[in-house]
Design a binder for this molecule. Structure first.
Ligand SMILES: C[S@@+](CC[C@H](N)C(=O)[O-])C[C@H]1O[C@@H](n2cnc3c(N)ncnc32)[C@H](O)[C@@H]1O
Length: 189
């Protein structure tokens, strides 16, 4: 019987990848907050706190959390910057529903958008973050261009993701990730 999907090929095609990730996260949304701690061997929360702690001081920053999921980083940003404005964007309404249910921060809001097409004004954000976000970009180059476009000069982008193990032996366990990679915080020119 002919295979209906070729996941590897589909993941290279932006529209297909968007459809696949949307379907995946719509399906797992109710379990998501239980799955990530397991995949990170219990370290998800501390990685997220470390990412937010590493951000520079701002008085009233405009912050954008891409692929915000159920809102963890958005809520940590709200605590770090109580006078800031925090917007969480995600492709999947089911994830956003959960984020909105959790939201008790007056300075946090959520909206549905692809991280490569945020609809935010150019040079409008002081901080852009993402937890396990860039791996889901339908087209990584377009997403990075979008992040560069919306960051203010002097703004920072900070991302947390799983790294690929160097050892070929353990690469087979790649989907049971063992170590995080926080991309360096990059001030814009
Ligand atoms: C692994 S979850 C991460 C959620 C959250 N950032 C966290 O750290 O727990 C990935 C999220 O990316 C979202 N997503 C996938 N593709 C996206 C895209 N192209 N644009 C925006 N969000 C996307 C999914 O809906 C999902 O909520």
């Amino acid at each position: 019987m002919k295979a209906k999907f070729n996941v590897r090929a589909d993941l290279r095609e932006p529209d297909q990848k968007r459809r696949l990730t949307h379907g995946l996260f719509t399906g797992i949304a109710p379990e998501y907050d239980r799955i990530t701690p397991l995949l990170s061997l219990g370290r998800d929360r501390s990685w997220k706190r470390a990412l937010i702690r590493a951000l520079p001081d701002f008085a009233q920053p405009c912050c954008l959390d891409l692929a915000c999921g159920t809102g963890d980083l958005a809520f940590l940003l709200a605590r770090r910057y109580p006078a800031g404005h925090i917007l969480g964007l995600d492709l999947t309404e089911k994830m956003l529903e959960l984020a909105r249910q959790r939201n008790d921060c007056p300075n946090v809001s959520f909206a549905c958008a692809d991280m490569a097409h945020t609809s935010q004004a150019a040079a409008s954000m002081d901080i852009v973050t993402g937890g396990y976000a860039l791996r889901n970009a339908s087209d990584i180059a377009t997403a990075l261009d979008e992040i560069a476009r919306i960051l203010k000069p002097g703004g920072v982008a900070a991302f947390l993701d799983f790294s690929k193990p160097a050892s070929r032996l353990v690469q087979g366990l790649f989907h049971v990730p063992a170590s995080p990679r926080s991309t360096p915080i990059l001030p814009t020119a």
